[in-house]
Design a protein around this ligand. Structure first.
Ligand code: NHF
Length: 477
C-alpha cells in the first residue's frame, strides 16, 4: 500500500444526501482525486433519507462507548456512481437517522457521535477492508471533532486536514458533549485554555487540533485570517498561528464542479442541449421554453438560485429590484429563512414591477433549467467561501453578476467572463444590473462574454492536483 489514501469525512454527499455546497464537493472531489491516482474513500452518516432511497448492503458493525452506553454502529457501503470510489455509511438509529433540529446541543451531540464513530471506523477499515488511510480529510464543523478524538482516544497517528467550507457554522454548544465522548478533565482544561469557557466551539477545536487547515478559495482564506471576518473563530485562528508559526498558513483551494453533471452538451434535465457552436440557438430555445412555462415575456432574464439565508444577500437584491422597471424578468429559486421568503413575496405583491417569479423550493431539476435559460444569475452574497452557482452558470453561458468577495472574486474576471460589484452595496449591485442591461443590448459584446464564460475551466483537474500536493506534504511532514 504505497499510494496516497485519503478518507473524506462529511455530513452530506451528492447524490446520496445534499443540503448545500459541501454535498457537491463531497460528491465530486473524490472522483477527481481517483483519476489522478489518489485512493479516495468517503464516509457519511446513513440517514433515513438515504436508507429509503438506496438499498445498501450492510457489511459489518462495531461498538462505541458514547455517554452511558455501548452503541452499535452499522457499516454500509456502495460506490459513488460512475466511479471506483467507495462510500461508507455509518448507521445508528438514535443518533444518525436524521439531522436533529431540536436545539443546538442535540445536533452537536449527534455529530460528536458521528465523529467518534468515524474515529473507530478507521480501525474497522484497516482490519476488515485492509485499507488504512494515510490522511483523514474532515469538512466543516460536523467532522471537526475527529482530530481531537484521534489524539485523545486512539493510538492512530494519521495526519488530518480540516477544510472550512463556511466559517459561519461553528457548532457552538454545551461542554457536556465532552462527557458523552469520555474526554477527561485534563483535556477539558485544554479546551478552556486558561480562560473560563462555558461552551465548546467545535470548528474552533478542529482548527486547533487538525494537522493542517484549508478553505475553499484563496481570497476567503485571506478574509478569514486577515480581514477580521472570522468573528468567534479569530481566537482559534490566532492560537493556531501562535502555536504553529507563520509557515502554517490557511491554504485556499478553489472548488471545482463536476462537468459530467453540469454540462449543456450532456444535461438531460434541460430543455435543449447545446455546445459552443450552437450557443445562440441553444440559449434561445431554452429561454423560450422557460418563459412559456412561467408565463413570462421575452425580456432579459435574471435569476437568483440558492439558499435563502442572510449570507446570500437577498436583502441587497430586493433593494436593487425595487428601483428597476418592467423591462426584465426576475426568477428566485430556493428555500430557507421564512422571513427572507416573505420579503420576496412582499416585493412581488407590492411592487409595480411585474415579471418577478419566486419558487420557494429546493428543486435541483428546475435549477438546471433556470441556469440554462437565464441570461444572468445574480449572486449578491455578503461573503462567499467559494460559490458554485457562478461556475455552473458560466458553464451554460449564463453571465454571473456577483459580489467581489471570496471565491466569487477568484473565479470571475470582471467584464471578461462576468460582472463583479462592490460587496454589501445595493447601489453597486443596481449599477451592475444596469451595466448588464447595456451589455445585453450589445449582442456581439454579450456573446463574447458568454463564450469566455463557457470556456473558463472550472473542472476539478487543477484543484485536485493541489489537494494531492497538500496530502503528500502532510504524509511527509
Ligand atoms: O462553495 C462548498 C460550499 C462553498 O461558498 C460555498 C459555501 C458552502 O458557502 O465548499 O460550501
Amino acid at each position: 500500500m504505497n499510494s496516497l489514501r485519503v478518507l473524506l469525512c462529511g455530513y452530506e454527499m451528492l447524490p446520496f444526501f445534499k443540503k448545500g455546497g459541501l454535498g457537491d464537493v463531497m460528491g465530486s472531489l473524490p472522483k477527481a482525486l481517483d483519476i489522478i491516482g489518489v485512493e479516495a474513500k468517503a464516509v457519511i452518516p446513513y440517514y433515513q433519507d438515504i436508507r429509503s432511497k438506496e438499498n445498501l448492503k450492510r457489511i459489518g458493525q462495531f461498538f462505541i462507548h458514547f455517554g452511558s452506553g455501548e452503541e452499535e454502529v452499522g457499516v454500509y457501503k456502495t460506490n459513488l456512481p460512475n466511479s471506483k470510489v467507495e462510500v461508507y455509511f455509518l448507521s445508528n438509529r438514535p443518533n444518525l437517522s436524521y439531522i436533529n433540529t431540536r436545539g443546538k446541543n442535540k445536533k452537536i451531540d449527534q455529530f460528536a457521535f458521528f465523529d467518534l464513530a468515524v474515529s473507530h471506523f478507521i480501525s474497522y477499515l484497516s482490519y476488515n477492508e485492509k485499507w488504512l488511510p494515510s490522511v483523514i480529510h474532515c469538512n466543516d464543523w460536523q467532522t471537526s471533532l475527529i482530530p481531537l478524538i484521534l489524539k485523545k482516544k486512539t493510538s492512530l497517528n494519521i495526519p488530518t486536514l480540516l477544510t472550512i467550507h463556511n466559517h459561519n457554522y461553528q457548532g457552538i454548544g454545551s461542554l457536556k458533549v465532552l462527557d458523552l465522548l469520555h474526554i477527561k478533565d485534563e483535556d477539558t482544561k485544554e479546551i478552556k485554555r486558561g480562560k473560563p469557557v462555558k461552551e465548546i466551539n467545535i470548528l474552533g477545536e478542529g482548527i486547533i487540533h487538525a494537522t493542517k487547515v484549508s478553505t475553499v478559495s484563496p481570497t476567503y482564506a485571506k478574509e478569514i485570517t486577515q480581514n477580521h471576518m472570522s468573528g468567534q473563530l479569530k481566537y482559534f485562528l490566532e492560537k493556531r498561528a501562535l502555536e504553529k508559526g507563520e509557515r502554517d498558513e490557511i491554504l485556499g483551494i478553489l472548488n471545482g464542479i463536476d462537468h459530467t453533471v453540469w454540462n449543456p452538451t450532456l444535461d438531460n434535465q434541460i430543455f435543449h442541449k447545446y455546445d459552443l457552436s450552437t450557443l445562440d440557438e441553444g440559449k434561445r430555445n431554452n429561454k423560450e421554453d422557460l418563459i412559456r412555462t412561467l408565463s413570462l415575456q421575452n425580456k432579459p432574464t435574471f435569476a437568483f438560485i440558492g439558499r435563502m439565508v442572510k449570507q446570500k444577500g437577498v436583502d441587497l437584491l430586493i433593494k436593487a429590484i425595487k428601483k428597476l422597471n418592467n423591462n426584465i424578468n426576475f426568477i428566485f429559486l430556493g428555500t430557507g429563512d421564512p422571513n427572507i421568503e416573505k420579503s420576496i413575496t412582499r416585493v412581488i405583491t407590492k411592487s409595480t414591477v411585474s415579471n418577478i417569479k419566486a419558487i420557494f423550493d429546493y428543486d435541483e431539476d428546475f435549477a438546471h433549467k433556470l441556469y440554462v435559460s437565464s441570461d444572468f444569475v445574480i449572486i449578491p452574497s455578503h461573503f462567499e467561501p467559494c460559490g458554485l452557482v457562478q461556475m455552473v452558470a458560466m458553464k451554460y453561458g449564463t453571465i454571473p453578476i456577483a459580489s467581489e468577495t471570496g471565491g466569487l472574486k477568484d473565479s470571475i474576471i470582471h467584464n471578461k467572463n462576468g460582472i463583479l460589484f462592490k460587496k454589501n452595496s445595493a447601489s453597486s449591485l443596481f449599477g451592475a444590473i444596469k451595466h448588464a442591461l447595456l451589455l445585453y443590448n450589445n449582442q456581439s459584446k454579450f456573446r463574447k462574454m458568454q463564450v469566455l464564460a463557457m470556456k473558463t475551466d472550472f473542472s476539478w483537474d487543477k484543484s485536485a492536483k493541489l489537494y494531492k500536493n497538500l496530502y503528500t506534504s502532510l504524509v511527509q511532514s
